[in-house]
Structure formats: C-alpha cells, structure tokens
Design a protein around this ligand. Structure first.
Ligand code: TYM
Length: 333
C-alpha cells in the first residue's frame, strides 16, 4: 500500500473536527490500506506561547486518544515527533529550500500571528517556519498521501513545491506527496460561530467546540445550543453559504450516520429535531473512544511502550532519506 503520514498538534484537547476531518479516517481507512505513520507533533506546539507541563500532558493525551480511537500499533506506526531527531534535521534543509515570502503567505501564519499580536505577545520565528518542519515531517518518510482536514491543504501544497524544488536542485531525493480529505466533514465548523473552523487551540473550553473527551451531557448541551440560521420556517435545507450553522450540523450527522447531507435535511421539519439527532449521533459515535481512552489512560506503561516502539521504527524509516538529503545539498556527511 501507499506510504501515508499525518499528524496532530498537542496544543489543546482533541476536537470533533480533528476526529471527523482526520483521525477517524486514519483508523477506518488509512491504517488498513497503507504503510502508515501517525505522529503527535509536539515540536509544532512550541510555535505559540505554551506551558511546558500542559504540552507534556496534552501530548500523552493525544497519543492515548489516537490509540483509543482505534489506531492499531500492529498495523501502523504511532509516535511522538520530538522522539525522532530526523524531523528537525530535515526541517533545516527545508528552511534552506523555502523562501520567506511563501512562508508569510500561509493562512495559518497570518491568522496565528495576528492573534498573538492582538494578545500583545511576540510572534515566535518558529511560527513562520512551521511549514518547513511540517514538510520535513512528510518528506522524511517518502510519503505519498497525507490524510488531513481541508485547513491543511495549503501546507501540503507548499510541501509539494519544496519537494519538487529540492529534487530539481539537488537530484531526486523526495517523493512528491498529495493531500487526501474525507468526503464529508473535511471542515467542521464552530457550533457558536459556523463561519469559522472548530479549533482546539486557545485557553479555556469553548462552548462551540465539542471535545472528544466531553461527557455526553456536555456534548448534548453544546449541540442543542448550536447557532442555527434565520429562515428556518421553510424547513431544514442544506445550504453551506446561506445557512452555515445548519449545514454544519447536517455534515456532522452525515459523517456519523452515512448518507448525503442534503438528503438528510429532507427528513426534518424543525431545527430542534435535527439537533436532537445530531447530539445522539455524536454522543454514540464518541462513546467507544471515550471509554477506551479511560482504560488506556490507566495503563501508562502500555502507551509508553507503543510510543517507544513507534519512534524506533520511524527513526529507521527516516534516517536513510534524511542522510541522503544532507549529502545531496553538499554537507560532508
Ligand atoms: P491540527 O493539529 O490542527 O489538526 C489535526 C488534523 O485535524 C484536522 N482538523 C480538522 N478537520 C476538519 N474540521 C476541523 N474543524 C478540523 N480541525 C482540525 C486537520 O486538518 C488535521 O488533519 N499542521 C497540522 C499538523 C501537522 C501535520 C504534519 C499534518 C504537522 N505536521 C504533517 C500532516 C502531516 C495541524 O496543525 O493539524
């Protein structure tokens, strides 16, 4: 099968967006059909102001959640980015391949640097160079497919550009990867602000964000209070542009129950009935993940052993290609 790589940042608690946009497909599709690696990208979490203890705790929680969601260490490689030095080694060569202009064009950089400025914080250089590290994550493994949510498309496009440029300058070294996305729910929106992405970052728990470890009662409350749109009298219709709140709920429902969002809409006369079904679908969909997480969180030894084994395998896969890249650019080796 194809070589597959993807990752998740431990900058906050994992959300329904992470699950539907990425993790669930890693479990149900990618680990079964490919030679796949999944990574908790802890180095990326240092690109914004961070609390060391929190990053450490969230890294362990993210890794535990990936296993709880069903990633099987017999079928794929699960590891933590900072355990494998090759990511940082290659990141530097990517910084020497990219231009500052293409880094500054990244939407995530523009948004997060503006956010830091609003809070009166300085912008870390690593926030700008973030895509170089992400490109290194992907290219170190000869990755063909990168299963991500829609928000990561621009970063994967830049990774492709860097791979092509490097190969042209220094000789064939990297495979040029492509992004893959789920058919529905590639962009889950915030329940309170359905024009922006449901995101895990930021302090404090947000009422528009469903976290994978939320209790069922909390999930129900968040879904029932989701912002819907004006003009619901004509029934429930699927219109992403005009009715983003309702469309988002229908996307989430479709992701869990199957079927087309637009067809599902036909079955509802009111927003209340739709919300009740969405709430139950989410609660039931996340229940096994939450329960398995509780079991695994009590078994630190197991999770640690998986991560150690994963890092060792990942190192073995990345090392030869990164060494080759070092030689190709003219380093003595
Ligand atoms: P991150 O940590 O923000 O998100 C992890 C994955 O979840 C997806 N996702 C969403 N999908 C749908 N709707 C949403 N609201 C939503 N929010 C997040 C993301 O698209 C992603 O697939 N830069 C990456 C991490 C990364 C990476 C990599 C990914 C670092 N190196 C190499 C792939 C390959 C990020 O910030 O993801």
């Amino acid at each position: 099968g194809p070589r597959i790589f993807s990752g998740v940042q431990p900058t906050g608690h994992l959300t329904l967006g992470n699950y539907l946009g990425a993790v669930r497909r890693w479990v149900e599709v990618d680990q079964l059909r490919g030679d796949a690696l999944f990574c908790v990208v802890d180095l990326h979490a240092l690109t914004v102001e961070h609390d060391p203890a929190r990053v450490r705790r969230l890294s362990r929680q993210a890794a535990t959640l990936l296993l709880a969601a069903g990633l099987d260490p017999e079928r794929c490689t699960v590891f933590v980015q900072s355990h494998v030095d090759e990511h940082v080694r290659l990141s530097y060569l990517m910084e020497c391949t990219a231009s500052d202009g293409e880094m500054r064009r990244m939407i995530q950089y523009k948004e997060k640097s503006a956010e830091a400025a609003r809070r009166g914080e300085s912008v870390r250089v690593s926030l700008l160079t973030y895509p170089a590290l992400m490109a290194a994550d992907i290219l170190a493994y000869g990755t063909q497919e990168v299963p991500v949510g829609a928000d990561q498309t621009q970063h994967v496009e830049l990774t492709r550009d860097l791979a092509v440029r490097f190969n042209q300058r220094y000789g064939e070294t990297f495979v040029v990867p492509r992004a893959t996305h789920p058919e529905v729910a590639a962009r889950v929106m915030d329940l309170q602000d359905p024009t922006s992405k449901m995101g895990k970052s930021g302090q404090g728990r947000k009422t528009g964000v469903v976290y994978l470890l939320d209790e069922p009662e909390v999930v129900r409350k968040k879904v029932m209070r989701a912002v819907t749109d004006e003009g619901g009298d004509g029934g429930v219709v699927y219109e992403r542009g005009a009715r983003p709140g309702v469309a988002n709920l229908l996307d989430v429902l479709a992701a869990f129950s199957g079927g087309e969002p637009a067809r599902l809409a036909e079955g509802y006369a009111s927003y209340g009935a739709l919300k009740r079904d969405v709430a139950e679908a989410v609660v039931e969909g996340l229940r096994p993940v939450r329960e398995r997480h509780a079991e695994l969180a009590a078994d630190r030894g197991y999770v640690d052993a998986v991560l150690r084994g994963g890092a060792e395998r990942a190192r073995g896969m990345a090392r030869p290609r990164v060494d080759a890249a070092y030689r190709a650019v003219g380093l003595m080796g």
